[in-house]
Design a protein. Structure first.
Lengths: 337, 324, 337, 324
């Protein structure tokens, strides 16, 4: 059984050095600006299908993914742009994918719900709520068996807690002391329903039932997330599974185009007060970073996005014959049709 | 004359009327109550019938469908919604091992009067995990019935029939049809297993179901312009499917093309083709051809989805090839 | 949220009147003698397929099922003979079913793993571990919606705790305050493995996570089970779900014919010391019941079983055409083939 | 000459040899380690390869198979056992939405080298939830491969091929064959998609797979006694199936019967029949016939199971009917 994380001596969040905080801020800015751009592109009909944006949840992505080493892996959700961007996926390949272009990281075959970058240990966004939990469990099992030293992270939403996969995976991870972190992005919403009407348990008590230590953080405070993530990831590396629950906020609709009639106007109006970007900027200014440096950071991110978007718009649409060739892996085993 | 309805509203009205007619009917699903359903197929029903009979459920597909079986065995007639047919992968035990078999394996002691409604199909660029057509799985399972309404009228009548049927029925809607407009007839006969001749013709038979009906109609129009009269059979029911109607048409036209959106290999069309090849072999003047999706997952990108979905071009080519 | 059962004032187990205890004992004796008979029949090749016997677990079946009213329902498991017998299924119909005869309660189509008696609210034994949980959840939902006043019970084994269905059903039952009792027959074994190597949580903590009150009883003390079951069933009737965990013992192999090489000889040798039948008999003798009365009870049960077995042996094997007619219900809706 | 092995021991040996050859291969399943497997197909492997690579898992089929996908994406080659094919209903999301699609939907970035072994089939009176043949479901899913070894030799070679194949393979064993004795050849070619001519003949072709091979052999013997020479094709691979072998045989015999244990309607035979009816239509001198299980759940009682399972009688009758 893993020892309780509650006994660990936490690194105080404010001990994070300023350059690290700036890097986290830049990641968040990249996610925010990308998501905002995608929102506009979607409204303009430049993105097919449907997309789920993580505006308001940037601190979780930046903080958790920032705590991972190169050997680590993660599985994410339908709302996974932030995690993949935080991991450093090439921005042009990302835009091409979401826009369904040939040069997308997945050849335009997956789109928003299936962005993956196996070269970075990103096992994919997922269209099936809860499905990332067993993927990450298996990835952790592989890390353990292969002795890679890696940790696997499962991102999941609060609505996903109702799926039996959470129970099954907490159990396997606990039984086998897997190097795994369960990261819940608790934004209070499960599609159009408040999760409080959908789930009767709490994650801390569930963790306690399986002997999996649980930490809850303010998921809109990137320094707090980064500190907590660093702690649980390192604890999981040798000591078995951990749960990190990040309380956060979903600014946009469940999907783009969702009019959010089910949501209280006051709640929506109040969201910017808890803006992880604004809070991070304030902390940076308080730490002596110049206003102009932050403005330059915004400009530089915008320029990157502009370039990526331009490349994406210039890219061709994918070709059906090429796609067909990736249904199976070419093999030397004699294969039929 | 009533105003034309959208397909999705015909579904809602069928649910409403069934609930009004029978207090045992209840709805369960994710966001079906307060939000009126992810596709609005249950809009207004919470207000009309109250929170006990219209239940928002947690994201727990496996147990949700299992609970519907238990409720059906205890006097209710549950209608469960699985938001996308792809998610039914999570609930196959409840459908296949429990609902489908309970009557048989308990020696006829009970029926399991439940309906599982779920949308399949592409055309919305919803990608590989939100577009699959898996109806062939259910058609393979004794004890289940499977229906796929293609028109607004059938969206109403066949759902009413499914709810009234004493055994478990999988009702497969096509999400690309939800916005379709048409009329319903609340008094239309509610039949199980009956196909509909959508268009009469003498030269070849097109057997289809679901959204592919519209590709078949476009194909028939184009063929007619060239003097080829294709008969279109809208199967409606996939299990049981209307052998009589299909065989009668083949006996008349001697040529047949089966078209559906699902992956062709091991799809619904395989069974129909196989039965024609065994039971109507002597009526055939040409190979039995199928038009279905290629053997690959459905992709997100527009070009890829468009190339993937069976269309009028492919149906026209197949019909002509049976006449060549 | 249901109020905590821990606060309920338990009826002391020893307050159960002697005639009720005798009835419970008779139920247990019926189960024991039936299972023992089946074991012999199986060894002799008179039973096809495979069977899972509940020898050693009789007190759970007698105590829990004895606490149910006629409007109540339950779903059981692969090891479900005891529950069905305790509910009063006709013994001849039961034997015929297990032996695959035409006159079996399920026409010989289900056999041991699918015994059901819908007229008694028995929703069936089940070949799928954990599948009874959602069935009972739905049954409870029907009781609630139809206002039948009924309670639904889900029997499940300790091995079944690992299935996600437990999590999903605890959640739904808690959210909807369903009249439902989760009865775990904890015999320590999950097929050939000790459940301690398979499941990291405990049921009391899981219950606490969902706010579902949990009681644990000595499942080999029929009076204790009966008292606890009466309490939780009545609590569930108005107050929402309850968990009853019964610690018990599996005497036979996982299935008949299982040589149990994985099991310690001492453990097996020690089982009779905790025999629920012996303990019940001792309690009855202490309460003044005559030894001869108990002997007469055994004889009378044996006679019933003899008659039932004779009837079963005399019964025909089922006819395939008749079976085919029960795949679907005859309906006036125009039906195809 | 090596001693003959049982089918189940050939499975164990294939697993052992694959693990010895490749440290990435690992086993997961319920009671596969300490107990050596519910059917003893993994006996001795825990001792040989240790508890990290041979894992007893909790009863959590859904996450077990999902974890295998995650492990396969992280450098392992997991072989998972699902104790009875009926239980795969609990794991369909992992197989169909995750394993089958990952390579395609991630644009060819990765493969998912995993195997799911599971026994199907009746004959043991195991009843409606422990006997089903569901291979048609998997054959319908692009990205999966499906194989069904009928002989002891194939139990070894095809499992080795499945483990070596880079994509997910569903290996369907038949539990009634586990006790079968035969020889293996550890050096036999490990092929994907190749059928085997089990018996050459000129008058009619019997296409089969799995345990029904033995009914087909018995049927062919009886037919031979009447002067009818049936060719038997043991398909072995169901996805991809060997079109070349089947079409070549039909071109020779002009008559075909497809026999399998699975429910006939919407079963594997439907696809083969449909392809023959389209692609080999001109070679056919008779209707394409199928022999499969009737459209009902498999029952427990001996008489019912015996009447249910396709047998030599029905195959003989079908072959004769193609020759009538
Ligand atoms: C198995 C499954 N069921 C339902 C859905 C539809 N769905 C997509 S997102 C979602 C809500 C998820 O809520 P949560 O896990 O809290 O994530 P969030 O959207 O808040 O990020 C639902 C029901 C799905 N994609 N997969
Ligand atoms: C879904 C599923 N997985 C696996 C099995 C095989 N199986 C039958 S009983 C059993 C062990 C169950 O243990 P437990 O729940 O403790 O019940 P017990 O046998 O102890 O009564 C297993 C693994 C099954 N029948 N269904
Ligand atoms: Mg949420
Ligand atoms: Mg047990």
């Amino acid at each position: 059984m893993p020892s309780s994380a509650a006994q660990a001596d936490p690194i105080p969040a404010n001990s994070i050095p300023t350059d690290r905080r700036l890097a986290l801020h830049r990641t968040m800015q990249t996610i925010r600006a990308t998501e905002t751009t995608l929102s506009r592109l979607f409204a303009d009909g430049e993105i097919p299908g449907f997309i789920h944006l993580s505006v308001g949840q940037e601190a979780v992505a930046a903080g958790v993914v920032g705590a991972l080493g190169p050997q680590d892996s993660f599985a994410t959700t339908h709302r996974g742009h932030g995690h993949v961007l935080a991991r450093g996926v090439r921005l042009d390949l990302f835009f091409k994918e979401i826009m369904g272009r040939a040069g997308g990281i997945c050849g335009g075959r997956g789109g928003s719900m299936h962005v993956a970058d196996l070269s970075l240990g990103v096992l994919g966004a997922n269209g099936i709520v809860g499905a990332g939990l067993p993927l990450a469990t298996g990835s952790a099992l592989a890390h353990q068996t292969r002795r890679t030293g890696g940790v696997a992270v499962a991102f999941f939403g609060d609505g996903a807690m109702a799926e039996g996969a959470l129970h099954e995976c907490l159990n396997m991870a606990a039984l086998w002391t897997l190097p795994m972190v369960f990261v819940c992005e608790n934004n209070g919403w499960s599609e159009f329903s408040p999760t409080s009407t959908q789930f009767a348990a709490t994650l801390d008590k569930l963790g306690a039932a399986f002997g999996v230590p649980h930490r809850r953080v303010d998921g809109n405070d990137v320094a707090a997330v980064a500190e907590a993530a660093a702690e649980v990831v390192e604890a999981a590396r040798g000591g078995g599974p951990r749960i990190l629950e990040c309380l956060t906020t979903r600014w946009h609709g469940h999907f783009e185009g969702d009019p959010q009639r089910y949501r209280n106007a006051d709640e929506i109006a109040g969201l910017p007060q808890n803006d992880p970007l604004r809070r991070s900027a304030e902390a940076l200014l308080a730490a002596g970073v110049e206003e102009s440096a932050l403005a330059a950071l915004v400009d530089s991110v915008d320029a990157e996005i502009r370039d990526a978007l331009e490349a994406a718009r210039a890219d061709a649409l994918p070709d059906a014959d090429a796609a067909f060739r990736d249904v199976y892996t070419p093999t030397t085993l004699t294969a039929g049709a | 004359m009533p105003k034309p309805l959208r397909y999705v509203n015909a579904v809602a009205q069928a649910l409403n009327d069934a609930m009004a007619a029978d207090p045992a009917v209840m709805l369960m699903g994710e966001d079906v109550a307060a939000a009126g359903g992810p596709f609005k197929a249950t809009r207004g029903l919470l207000d009309a019938h109250g929170p006990e009979r219209v239940r928002d459920t947690p994201i727990s597909e496996a147990s949700l469908v299992g609970a519907a079986v238990g409720a059906a065995l205890t006097g209710m007639k549950p209608v469960v919604e699985i938001m996308f047919m792809d998610f039914v992968t999570l609930a196959m035990d409840a459908v296949v091992n429990q609902a489908a078999k309970a009557r048989f394996m308990f020696g006829g002691q009970c029926s399991v009067p439940m309906v599982l409604r779920t949308p399949h199909g592409g055309g919305l660029n919803a990608g590989p995990q939100h577009s699959q057509c898996l109806e062939a799985w259910f058609a393979h399972i004794p004890g289940l019935r499977v229906v796929c309404p293609a028109t607004v009228a059938d969206a109403y009548s066949l759902l009413r029939a499914a709810i009234e049927a004493p055994d478990p029925v999988v009702v497969v809607e096509n999400k690309a049809l939800y916005a379709l407009q048409g009329d319903i007839d609340v008094n239309a006969p509610r039949e199980v297993g009956k196909a509909r001749i959508d268009r009469a013709g003498r030269d070849a038979t097109i057997v289809t179901y679901g959204a592919t009906l519209y590709a078949a109609r476009a194909a028939a129009d184009r063929l007619a312009a060239e003097g080829i009269e294709a008969e279109i059979i809208d199967l409606r029911w996939i299990q049981p499917w209307d052998e009589e109607a299909v065989f009668a048409s083949v006996a008349k036209t001697h040529r047949v093309v089966i078209a559906h959106e699902a992956v062709q290999a091991f799809g619904v069309g395989a069974e129909i083709a196989a039965r024609i090849a065994s039971d109507a072999f002597d009526d055939l003047d040409a190979p039995v051809l199928r038009v279905g999706a290629p053997f690959m997952p459905i992709a997100f990108a527009k070009t890829l989805e468009a190339a993937y979905l069976p269309d009028a071009d492919r149906i026209v080519a197949a019909v002509k090839s049976t006449l060549a």
